[in-house]
Design a protein around this ligand. Structure first.
Ligand SMILES: [Zn+2]
Length: 80
């Protein structure tokens, strides 16, 4: 036995969930600053980056140890 009331309320819940998710994702995205690996151009998450270097007061993030080493050898080459 089907009741239209049950179907209707289920659809309402379904419709609300994605919109809520999207809003949260946008808010999270606005807070997050993604850094760019100056060596290979990859986007690096500052929150989880393992490799970083400071050069002339700026912090640079790298996707791998090799990229950091390349940078450390000659930072001037990669910084404008
Ligand atoms: Zn890299």
């Amino acid at each position: 036995m089907r009741t239209t009331g049950t179907v209707g309320s289920r659809e309402d819940k379904r419709g609300a969930a994605p919109a809520k998710h999207l809003k949260a994702a946008i808010q999270k995205g606005a807070r997050y600053e993604m850094a760019k690996d100056p060596i290979c151009g990859m986007t690096v998450d500052e929150e989880t980056a393992k490799w970083k270097s400071e050069y002339e007061g700026e912090t640079y993030y790298f996707c791998a140890e090799r990229c950091k080493q390349t940078f450390d050898k000659n930072p001037k080459r990669f910084v404008k």
